[in-house]
Design a protein around this ligand. Structure first.
Ligand SMILES: C[S@@+](CC[C@H](N)C(=O)[O-])C[C@H]1O[C@@H](n2cnc3c(N)ncnc32)[C@H](O)[C@@H]1O
Length: 423
């Protein structure tokens, strides 16, 4: 986007913004000229309230948000076309991992410098990586529900998980540089520095479905391994994910907040509804984002949808109704009988799915039309995994990996906001 005279620039910015907003269906009326001669956009009241709420938490102004939205729009336009850019990187499995190559600048013109800034890769350390839902979102470059989520300039340089099955899936789809083992025993082998550190620390001790020992429980206490890693690595930004229940428990929450803040970072945390970001599921998760003083503050991604247009399960998995069971693509389902406790819910075709749980022991939700529980591929779709993401385990382990994951589409939106802090 070229800089123009002040008025021309403002006009051009407004146009970009209008187009991007219209794409996102935020506009209730066609943009028009206001009395001052400026272009006026009528934004839905609900969105406006959310916008102001989000902005007040982030400390950013509406004007800054407008400029960011316009820049993001331009950035999307600058992305090279999808076709002709793809190289298939075949590993030792029969899988094909799609990676996109970034164009690098060859001259030192201001535009080239701009490009080289855009093509710089930021290094990421991933803890409690599971099958890689969060990490898939960070690297981007995937397609789901007919939309392409562009590649992001993040490179995972180190990942870790205790669960060997999750590591196999991670290795198949993301990177073979995942280290299998207990996080405490591997901390000394972690790279000494990275731009970003991410991790979804285990939540069973906090989750309403778990035993609720709290943040000092043997599993949730593992967030302290993240605190220790951040202290050592000093990333510019860190992202930690957990369940909504953490927000309801003041003592646990204030302990986590003060431990993270005690590291000298600005901390932003809030609850995200995955459905607001294009995930066909009512999952809610809290994300803590810490930013060091030498990068920009974190501005949370704006929701793209609301309850009136959340993606339904039928939209997400309807095309799989007639597909035969197939282990190759993880289209396999549990035959568990109706459980006396949880897991008897039946999906409602025109609504988003219920939260996909990790420890459901085969009692995963029932299909909205068919006389069976949903398949692992359907569960993966409801979590917004692309169909190219293949889980390398048996049914119970896949259930665990899918249910534990941060939906890649939600993570992709978060990653974009993290990127904005670094650029
Ligand atoms: C909530 S899941 C993280 C999911 C991941 N963020 C994703 O998006 O796919 C937590 C992960 O922590 C792992 N974990 C539990 N205890 C661990 C330990 N002591 N060391 C390393 N990883 C551990 C579990 O195996 C699980 O995969």
């Amino acid at each position: 986007m070229k800089r123009k005279s002040k008025n021309g620039w403002r006009h051009q910015q407004s146009l970009f913004l209008l187009r991007s907003l219209r794409d996102l269906r935020y506009i209730t009326h066609v943009p028009h000229h206001g009395e001052s001669g400026r272009i006026v956009v009528d934004v839905e009241p609900l969105l406006k309230r959310r916008l102001y709420a989000g902005l007040s938490l982030s400390g950013s102004t509406l004007k800054e948000w407008f400029i960011k939205a316009a820049e993001e729009f331009c950035d999307e336009k600058k992305q090279p076309p999808f076709s002709g850019q793809i190289r298939y990187d075949c590993g030792d499995t029969d899988s094909s991992v799609i990676r996109e190559e970034y164009k690098t600048a060859t001259t030192a013109t201001p535009e080239a410098n701009q490009n080289s800034k855009a093509s710089k890769k930021f290094t990421v350390i991933s803890m409690f990586s599971g099958c890689g839902g969060m990490d898939q979102g960070f690297v981007g470059g995937f397609e789901v529900f007919g939309r392409r989520y562009r590649s992001l300039p993040f490179e995972i340089i180190w990942a870790n998980d205790l669960n060997g099955e999750a590591c196999k899936t991670y290795g198949r789809n993301l990177s073979r540089h995942i280290h299998h083992g207990d996080v405490w025993s591997l901390l000394d082998f972690m790279p000494k520095s990275a731009d970003v550190l991410v991790g979804g620390f285990p939540c069973q001790d906090i989750s309403v479905n778990g035993k609720r020992a709290g943040v000092n429980g043997s599993r949730s206490g593992l967030y302290k391994a993240m605190v220790e890693a951040i202290k050592r690595v000093k990333p510019k930004v860190f992202v930690a994910e957990n369940v909504k229940a953490l927000l309801r428990h003041e003592t646990w929450l204030s302990q986590v907040v003060s431990d993270f803040k005690g590291l000298g970072y600005n901390l932003h945390y809030q609850l995200y509804k995955a459905a607001d970001y294009g995930v066909p599921q009512t999952r809610e998760r809290v994300l803590f984002v810490g930013t060091s003083i030498d990068v920009k503050s974190f501005v949370p991604p704006l929701p793209e949808r609301n309850a009136s247009n959340w993606m339904s399960v039928k939209e997400a998995i309807g095309d799989l109704e007639e597909v035969q069971e197939s282990a190759q693509v993880n289209h396999i389902w549990s035959r568990a009988n109706i459980s006396p406790e949880q897991g008897n819910r039946k999906l409602v075709s025109d609504r988003p799915g219920y939260t996909i749980r990790a420890e459901c022991h085969g009692n995963i939700q029932f299909h909205y039309r068919l006389a069976r529980r949903i398949s692992m591929r359907e569960a993966a779709r409801i979590q917004s995994f692309p169909d190219k993401f293949i889980f390398m385990s048996g049914l119970r382990e896949i259930e665990r990996q899918v249910g534990n994951a941060v939906p890649p589409v939600l993570a992709w939106h978060i990653a974009n906001s993290v990127l904005a802090c670094l650029l």
